[in-house]
Design a protein around this ligand. Structure first.
Ligand SMILES: NC(=O)c1ccc[n+]([C@@H]2O[C@H](COP(=O)([O-])OP(=O)(O)OC[C@H]3O[C@@H](n4cnc5c(N)ncnc54)[C@H](OP(=O)(O)O)[C@@H]3O)[C@@H](O)[C@H]2O)c1
Length: 238
């Protein structure tokens, strides 16, 4: 029996960064938010009214499917945000198969599986699939060849799904953020510049999600590119 009185949202990678900010935004907008992450140990996302912390590794396909089925059985899911992601950077020869697989599976495979699992449900509720890609999807990415490829793959999936699903009332949106101040670059030898104009905040991406959801029925914002005013990155000290 579905609990239809409140619309629900599923956000992957809700334990930090963009996913955390989007979860908080969705909660403020009145959604019952199911935030997926592996480790909420030091996470800012608190289990509180309207927020549920769902411990699940999106690479564990069986667990992921079971977990969303459970949520979908009891809630009217209106929004799916495919946000969880990992990045490894450097010369391609310096990556290893494990890191490459992790990026492909987290950034591309998991969103496709999660979307597949929820699509019929989202059709019933004229829902949104919001995919967090990256500006790297549309550019050449030396020192980030594999990461950029996963984000280009996600954008390709997202654009095709837009055309496939629009006639069923589903709204598929791709967000392309540029450098955002989060933990994503923990594995990188670079970080955002010092000036506040040289990076986005996770809250800026959450603001874009609010804008997407605020359009009148019948209008879809299919693609959003967010860039900081300045293009600067800094090498981390060794
Ligand atoms: N930061 C940027 O400059 C930037 C720019 C463009 C696009 N993006 C994209 O934005 C998305 C969010 O990244 P972020 O910048 O907010 O970085 P972040 O702070 O590192 O967040 C990544 C999130 O993904 C989750 N995650 C990673 N692997 C997971 C797994 N196997 N299962 C479940 N959750 C997993 C992490 O949670 P746990 O560790 O708890 O599992 C974390 O909550 C990513 O897709 C990233 O590619 C970021």
């Amino acid at each position: 029996m579905e609990c239809l009185n409140k619309e629900a949202a599923i956000v992957t990678g809700a334990s930090s960064g963009i996913g955390y900010a989007v979860s908080e935004k969705l909660r403020a907008l009145g959604y019952e938010v199911f935030g997926i992450g592996r480790d909420f140990g030091t996470a800012e996302l608190e289990e509180e009214d309207g927020i549920h912390r769902i411990v699940c590794d999106v690479l564990d396909t069986e667990e992921l499917c079971a977990c969303v089925k459970r949520i979908a059985a009891q809630h009217r899911i209106r929004v799916l945000v495919n946000n969880a992601g990992v990045g490894y950077y450097g010369l391609h020869e310096e990556l290893n198969p494990d890191k490459i697989k992790k990026m492909v599976r987290t950034n591309l495979e998991a969103p496709m599986i999660l979307t597949q699992q929820l699509l019929r449900h989202l059709k019933r509720h004229a829902g949104y699939v919001i995919n967090v890609s990256s500006v790297t999807a549309g550019q050449s990415n030396p020192h980030g060849c594999a990461y950029g490829a996963t984000k280009a793959g996600l954008a390709s999936f997202s654009h095709s799904l837009f055309d496939e699903a629009r006639k069923y009332g589903v709204k598929v949106v791709t967000i392309f953020p540029d450098m955002t101040q989060t933990n994503l670059y923990r594995n990188a030898d670079f970080r955002e510049g010092d000036e506040p104009e040289s990076y986005l905040l996770a809250e800026d991406v959450a603001g874009a999600v609010e804008w997407i959801l605020g359009q009148r029925e019948g209008v879809i914002v299919s693609d959003i590119v967010l860039k900081p005013q300045l293009h600067r990155i800094k090498r981390k000290p060794y």
